[in-house]
Design a protein around this ligand. Structure first.
Ligand SMILES: Cc1cc2nc3c(=O)[nH]c(=O)nc-3n(C[C@H](O)[C@H](O)[C@H](O)COP(=O)(O)O)c2cc1C
Length: 171
C-alpha cells in the first residue's frame, strides 16, 4: 500500500490530466446568493422524469450551504472567453466574496436562480437530493430550464490550466 500522502498526490496528478469543462454553480433565495466555480458538473440522465445533473461542492463553501437552504441552483457552463469569471468565483481575484455578482452580468431564471450572461449553457435546477461524502456535498439537480447562448465553445480546465477544445481531423 502506498503512503496516503503519495496516494493523494498521485490521485490529484491523475485527475489533473482529465480536461473538464468549467462551470459556476450559482444559487439564490432565502438562504442567500452565492456562487462557486466547479469542474465537477456531470450530466446524470436526459431520460428521467426531467433531465438531471450533479455537481460536487466542498462542504466549507458558502455556496454549498446556500444550495441546501435554497433547494435550487443553476449550473452555468462557461464559454471559452470567461476565464475571468472562473477565477472570480474560485476566489482567485481580489474581489470580496460578497461582491462577485456585482462583477458579472446575470439575470434571474424561471425559478429565481442566477443565469450568468455569456455562459454557453445554463441549467436551472431544483435540488433533488444531496449526499455528504466526507469533504464534499454531491448535489443532484432536476433540470427545470436550459438557456443556450450563441457561443457553443465551452471553457476547459486540464493539467492545471484553462484550455479550449480543438477539432481533431481524424482520417
Ligand atoms: C477550474 C476550477 C474547478 C474547480 N472545481 C471545484 C469543484 O468541482 N468543487 C469544489 O468544491 N471546488 C472547486 N474548485 C474550487 C473552488 O472554486 C474554490 O475553492 C472556491 O471558490 C473557494 O471559494 P468559496 O469558499 O467562496 O466557495 C474549482 C476551482 C477551479 C479554479
Amino acid at each position: 500500500m502506498p503512503e496516503i500522502a503519495d496516494l493523494r498526490a498521485a490521485f490529484v496528478e491523475g485527475m489533473s490530466r482529465a480536461s473538464t469543462f468549467v462551470a459556476v454553480a450559482t444559487t439564490n433565495g432565502e438562504g442567500g446568493r452565492a456562487g462557486v466555480t466547479v469542474s465537477s458538473l456531470t450530466s446524470v440522465s436526459a431520460d428521467g422524469e426531467q433531465p438531471s445533473l450533479l455537481v460536487c461542492i466542498n462542504r466549507q463553501s458558502p455556496a454549498a450551504t446556500a444550495i441546501l437552504l435554497n433547494q435550487a441552483f443553476c449550473a452555468n457552463l462557461l464559454a471559452e472567453d470567461q476565464q475571468e469569471i472562473a477565477n472570480l468565483f474560485a476566489g482567485r481575484s481580489t474581489t470580496e466574496r460578497g461582491e462577485r455578482f456585482d462583477r458579472v452580468n446575470w439575470t434571474a431564471g424561471d425559478i429565481g436562480q442566477p443565469l450568468l450572461a455569456g455562459a454557453t449553457a445554463s441549467f436551472e435546477c431544483r435540488l433533488a437530493t444531496a449526499l455528504l461524502w466526507e469533504t464534499h456535498h454531491i448535489f443532484v439537480g432536476r433540470v427545470s430550464a436550459v438557456r443556450l447562448s450563441d457561443n457553443g465553445s465551452a471553457l476547459l480546465y486540464g493539467q492545471r490550466a484553462y484550455r479550449r477544445a480543438i477539432h481533431l481531423d481524424v482520417k
